[in-house]
Design a protein around this ligand. Structure first.
Ligand code: PRT
Ligand code: ZN
Length: 287
């Protein structure tokens, strides 16, 4: 084995860091993290972690200081760095939205015509408004954007929202979504063949973990007369496994179902006569 490591930049502490570390641990990659550690080399996978401020990650990956990075799509698109998006990671989901004081009457985007909007995302905000034919002024501030209207800095804001609680507690209401975001894995545009090979191994593991998270393992009992109907409802990886029970005329069926249609399938299974339904989490799913 060669001694080349791929270098990945992840957020040191913040809304991306816990889920990023969890994902790599679920991929079976062992490394130390936490405390004042700024870098860490895995003991069982050719990867080195750099722990950084999230804002610096796209630039480091563009320059090749890091080969890979985990970053919010909002930060990446705002900074417009030349990097490759390898895959969506499905965590740190949020949206960039326009918001105005709660007691204002909002009609449509023309509300913002000629107005001042405070934001940490001037590029995304301006692009959005321009594409809608609205000309407004963005006022860039780096934090505490929500207080801008109440201190007279701007009439509206454009900021990251997840639950909406922060807007609410600052007397604001969300009126239009500008951009949907989640964490993404990015890579430098010119990785060597050796590093590409390591990235392929990493994405194979990430895919297996993600597939597992989107699926449930289902075990149920069924009487012979209901088998056909129940099997038709169970997709499975190939087709469901069928194991005869000690009690004559009864079978146990094992299958995998998607998280998305989970409740619908469970209800149909019960209607079709399935009994003793067990649902188990799947740790990994290798295809
Ligand atoms: O220190 P460092 O620079 O590394 O971190 P940071 O403070 O710049 O970023 P951090 O950790 O706050 O967020 C990192 C990324 O998480 C963001 O770039 C987004 O991609 C994503 N993310 C997900 C969020 C949120 N949810 C979120 N709710 N980023 C920020 N918020 C803030 C938002 O700015 C607002 O102040 O939370 C507040 C709104 O939350 P709700 O739940 O009240 O709507
Ligand atoms: Zn930051």
């Amino acid at each position: 084995m060669s001694n080349i490591n791929i270098r990945i930049a992840v957020q040191k502490s913040g809304r991306l860091s816990d889920d990023s570390l969890k994902l790599f641990k679920e991929c079976g990659i062992k490394f130390e993290s936490g405390g004042s550690k700024l870098r860490s080399i895995s003991s069982n996978f050719p990867i080195e972690f750099l722990f950084l401020r999230d804002d610096d990650i796209p630039g480091y990956v563009e320059d090749g200081v890091a080969d890979l990075g985990v970053i919010g799509l909002n930060v990446l698109e705002e900074n417009r760095k030349e990097v490759e998006i390898v895959k969506e990671l499905g965590f740190s989901k949020c949206r960039l939205s326009l918001a105005i004081p709660r007691n204002e009457v909002y009609t449509d985007l023309s509300y913002f015509e000629g107005k001042n909007i405070a934001t940490s995302y001037p590029n995304l905000t301006n692009n959005f408004l321009k594409s809608k034919g609205v000309s407004a002024h963005t006022h860039e501030i780096s934090g505490s954007v929500e207080i801008a209207p109440s201190i007279g800095l701007a009439e509206g804001i454009c900021d990251i929202v997840s639950t909406g609680g922060t807007l609410l507690s600052n007397g604001l209401k969300e009126v239009a979504e500008v951009f949907k975001s989640q964490a993404v894995l990015i890579s430098n545009k010119s990785l060597t063949a050796e590093k590409k090979n390591i990235l392929d191994k990493l994405t194979f593991r990430i895919d297996s973990v993600q597939r597992g998270q989107n699926a449930k393992y289902v075990v149920l009992n069924a009487e012979e007369k209901n088998l056909e109907k129940i099997i038709a409802l169970l997709p499975g990886m190939k087709s469901p496994s069928r194991v005869p029970l000690a009690e004559k005329g009864w079978y146990s069926l094992h299958s995998v179902i998607s998280e998305n249609d989970f409740w619908e399938i469970i209800e149909s299974l019960r209607e079709a006569g399935a009994q003793g339904i067990l649902v188990l989490p799947i740790e990994k799913m290798i295809l």
